[in-house]
Write a protein that binds this ligand. Structure first.
Ligand SMILES: Cc1cc2nc3c(=O)[nH]c(=O)nc-3n(C[C@H](O)[C@H](O)[C@H](O)COP(=O)(O)OP(=O)(O)OC[C@H]3O[C@@H](n4cnc5c(N)ncnc54)[C@H](O)[C@@H]3O)c2cc1C
Length: 308
């Protein structure tokens, strides 16, 4: 069993995880560790991997459904690792846990643009790389130059260039069960800070108008089946906005957002996701695949939501 390390902010057993997700759902983790540096993150995951312990790297928990039954392994949460450094005039390096909105503003103050798209994405740099987070026609794949990653298949920290990450729509080739993103170097452009701030505000206001920010949610539930066929539109036209299961409901503002009305459980959410998939299949013959990742115990029936 991993020894408690000095300097690590929190090291807790039977840790409730709901509070660390934007959907506010999730049971307890057997153990939760919150490293505060990149070096600590690498050494913790190295030790867990070498001991063959079950581990999961958690970022902002903003694209995640955690089982209400919990997770019987160790969660390593990165959000204390918030370093941001300017390496060259338009190259910055951010620790895995840096929040994307914070990073966009930080860059803007330096007169660096290219991160405005991420100003309303409540994830971290690590989660942003894994998911190739994107919005407003841009994505992480356009700005990542290289990343530092712990690879548990070879028990080493390695550097991977953008071309080695196989970025695609909302994914890359890294497997979060094997790779822990430690930090990322981002290549940006220059502009006047005031101009960048205007674009950030514009993107933030768009979100306030179009997304159910007042309720716990995990962003878009399903991926767009094709670039020109938005999942939200297909769900809306299938009448999915009327769907509800227990305390989990489809948002009336955006049909691809599931909201937690208070006290929703993961099984209520998976049942709702099945219903949403069924509606779109019946109306359009299209199978929607979830964008969200999962953590913890799910039944075979619940997992079927994620099978292609
Ligand atoms: C209101 C709202 C709006 C959103 N809008 C958008 C949007 O416009 N575009 C978009 O793309 N997404 C959006 N999202 C979804 C989400 O914010 C992104 O997918 C984000 O990149 C997830 O980052 P995270 O740190 O929260 O990852 P988490 O949810 O914590 O984890 C997601 C996956 O990444 C893995 N992971 C996280 N950090 C690391 C790491 N350091 N190393 C290895 N694996 C890691 C986890 O293991 C998990 O598999 C939105 C979410 C919300 C709640």
């Amino acid at each position: 069993m991993l020894e408690k390390k000095p300097g690590i902010k929190e090291d807790q057993f039977d840790a409730p995880l709901a509070r660390y997700t934007t959907l506010k759902i999730g049971g307890d983790a057997k153990r939760l560790i919150q490293p505060s540096t990149v070096a600590e993150l690498a050494s913790i995951v190295d030790e867990l991997a070498k001991n063959n312990e079950q581990w999961f790297v958690l970022g902002g928990g903003s694209n995640l459904l955690i089982s209400s039954k919990g997770f019987s392994g160790t969660v390593v949460r990165t959000t204390q690792i918030t370093t941001v450094e300017r390496l060259e005039s338009n190259l910055i390096e951010a620790g895995a846990g840096s929040r994307l909105p914070h990073l966009a503003r930080h860059a803007a103050q330096w007169g660096l643009c290219g991160l405005e798209f991420a100003a309303g994405i409540p994830g971290t740099v690590g989660g942003g790389v894994i998911m190739n987070a994107g919005a407003h026609g841009s994505s992480m794949s356009e700005i990542v130059e290289e990343i530092s990653v712990y690879d548990s298949t070879i028990n080493k920290v390695i550097t991977l260039k953008k071309d080695e990450l196989g970025f695609q729509y909302r994914r890359c080739t890294l497997d979060p069960a094997k790779h822990a993103v430690l930090s990322a170097k981002l290549r940006l452009n220059t502009d006047r800070p005031e101009e960048i701030e205007v674009r950030i505000r514009h993107n933030e206001e768009y979100r306030l108008r179009t997304q159910p920010i007042g309720f716990p949610n995990a962003g878009s539930t399903f991926k767009n089946p094709e670039p020109t066929r938005a999942a939200g539109m297909l769900l809306d036209q299938s009448g999915a906005k009327e769907l509800k299961e227990g305390q989990a409901a489809v948002s009336a503002l955006h049909a691809n957002f599931v909201i937690n009305l208070g006290g929703a459980t993961s099984d209520q959410v998976t049942t709702l996701l099945h219903k949403m998939q069924d509606r779109v299949m019946e109306k359009f013959g299209v199978r929607l695949n979830p964008e969200w990742k999962t953590l913890g115990d799910f039944t075979a029936e619940e997992k079927a939501v994620w099978s292609p």
